[in-house]
Design a protein around this ligand. Structure first.
Ligand SMILES: Cc1cc2nc3c(=O)[nH]c(=O)nc-3n(C[C@H](O)[C@H](O)[C@H](O)COP(=O)(O)OP(=O)(O)OC[C@H]3O[C@@H](n4cnc5c(N)ncnc54)[C@H](O)[C@@H]3O)c2cc1C
Length: 450
């Protein structure tokens, strides 16, 4: 029988809250400790691709999320200067038809609120205003010390504390900092009534698509969110800002200057922006491990695999992490099983997340090419995807639409594949990997017949 565990999650971001829902639904007792004293209302749009809508639907969140989301028909990739479409990835209804689950757009604050309410409703305890000072390990298990001196002890600790994670130091025993990319992102929203009152751009609110204008070192991804109440803009450009803050203000004149040679339509949209936030785009190098030496502290989400947003997968993979972790811990029958099940979690999640992170970096390079022969070749290869009369033969340089990468990315069934993996992993004869873990042969055999 599965053992019900006392689990402490550090961080109530999208990853921590997703994990809380998954773990409580499996019967564990979960406390989430969050530094912020209230949920962050800032931020902007987030895309929720089918690999995560699949999971959200198993949490029965579709009804709750429905009034907050937008269902885009396509992502249109456009030449930055003219707005000409050079590639289209069909989303609705194609994603549901191909992968069984839709592609949604949402405001980050709405997403966090839905997950927060669902985690609480399911039975998680969420303590806001609880900044973690340190994560400690002893023979009797891991514990947390908050800045105000309060202490919490659990059977395991899940570090979902973002790209500047404190938990990561406990796991790795050294400070691994995020690597700054050259780029920052401005994020802004415009009310629908402002968009609708300008005939030059009102169509962007009725023709529901994501549009991505791609140019040298810059792009603008734009789409409606909050059931069409807001138009959202994410604008990547070379620049400086602090890592891990969602609320650093950006300079409007500087922002407009970055895009002064862009399509007049999107420049017209930018004229309506009254304020924007600026966010440094950073990523983590592949970590040596996600699980501490004691096997009782594990990293998930941006704390484990913070990635660039050029595949819109950071939150999606964090949601996958929570679902996969819950499946792994479902095989725990005794507290002494936790380390091997966390090793299994790492073994299945790390390669996938690192491959996605590397795909996201590559996609950034592809989108941000300078004008020239290489860019012309890219555009011609991307245009092929728009010819739906014949099957795609050339690999699409834009990974979002590539015929091999896309099904692997969006068609991923976390729960099923984690369980398939666990069945094989635990049934293997004792090999070097498990011997190194000094795990107990009889325990593995007991788990493997679970
Ligand atoms: C411009 C941009 C666009 C993006 N677009 C998309 C997209 O379209 N789709 C997508 O899937 N992803 C997207 N992402 C990525 C996504 O936002 C992140 O991957 C995701 O939010 C990570 O969630 P997380 O819970 O792991 O970390 P975070 O959201 O960073 O949450 C960490 C939480 O831990 C808390 N915390 C930190 N330290 C402590 C401490 N010491 N004590 C207690 N609490 C602590 C923080 O306050 C925070 O609430 C985008 C990112 C950027 C920058």
């Amino acid at each position: 029988m599965t053992k019900s565990l006392n689990i402490i999650i550090c961080g109530a971001g999208l990853g921590g809250l997703g994990a809380a829902i998954a773990l409580v639904r499996k019967g564990h007792r979960v406390i989430v400790l969050e530094a912020a004293s209230k949920l962050n209302e800032v931020g902007a749009g987030i895309q929720i691709p089918p690999n995560s809508t699949r999971i959200l639907q198993t949490y029965e969140l579709e009804e709750k999320i429905r009034e907050k989301i937008v269902w885009p028909s396509n992502i249109n990739f456009r030449r930055y200067a003219t707005g000409d479409v050079i590639g289209t990835t069909p989303l609705d209804p194609v994603m549901s038809e191909k992968y069984g689950y839709p592609y949604w757009l949402i405001h980050r604050a709405d997403y966090q609120r839905v997950l927060y309410d669902a985690a609480k409703e399911a039975g998680a305890t969420i303590l806001l205003g609880s900044p973690i000072e340190s994560v400690e390990e002893s023979e009797s298990g891991p514990s947390i010390v908050l800045k105000d001196g309060r202490q919490f002890k659990g059977d395991l600790v899940v570090g979902a504390d973002g790209i500047r994670s404190k938990t990561r130091k406990t796991v790795l025993k050294e400070n691994i900092e995020a690597i700054n990319s050259r780029n920052c992102a401005y994020r802004a929203t415009i009310p629908a009534k402002v968009m609708n009152s300008d005939p030059a751009i009102a169509h962007l609110m009725t023709d529901i698509n994501s549009n991505c204008w791609i140019g040298h070192e810059r792009h603008i991804m734009a789409y409606p969110i909050r059931n069409g109440e807001l138009y959202n803009l994410v604008m990547s450009h070379p620049g400086q800002a602090s890592v891990g803050r969602w609320n650093e203000p950006g300079d409007l004149d500087e922002m407009k200057k970055h895009y002064c040679n862009f399509d007049p339509i999107i420049q017209r949209v930018l004229e309506h922006v009254n304020s924007c936030l600026k966010w440094k785009l950073a990523y983590l190098p592949p970590l040596t491990k996600w699980v501490s030496d004691s096997g009782r502290v594990v990293l998930i989400g941006d704390a484990a695999h913070g990635m660039l947003p050029y595949l819109a997968q950071g939150a999606a993979t964090s949601i996958e992490d929570g679902a996969a972790l819950a499946e792994c811990l479902d095989r725990v029958q005794d507290i002494s099983d936790i380390p091997i099940m966390l090793q299994a979690f790492q073994a299945i999640r790390k390669p996938r997340c690192e491959a996605i992170a590397s795909g996201a970096r590559a996609n950034g390079d592809i989108w941000h090419m300078a004008d020239g022969p290489e860019q012309a070749q890219r555009d011609s290869e991307m245009r092929q995807e728009m010819d739906h009369s014949s099957p795609q033969t050339v690999l699409n340089p834009n990974k979002w639409s590539d015929k091999d990468f896309q099904p692997w990315l969006f068609g991923y069934d976390t729960v099923k594949l984690t369980n398939n993996f666990l069945d094989n992993y635990l049934a293997q004869p004792l090999g070097s990997e498990k011997d190194q873990l000094n795990t107990n042969r009889s325990r593995i055999q007991v788990i493997s017949v679970h």
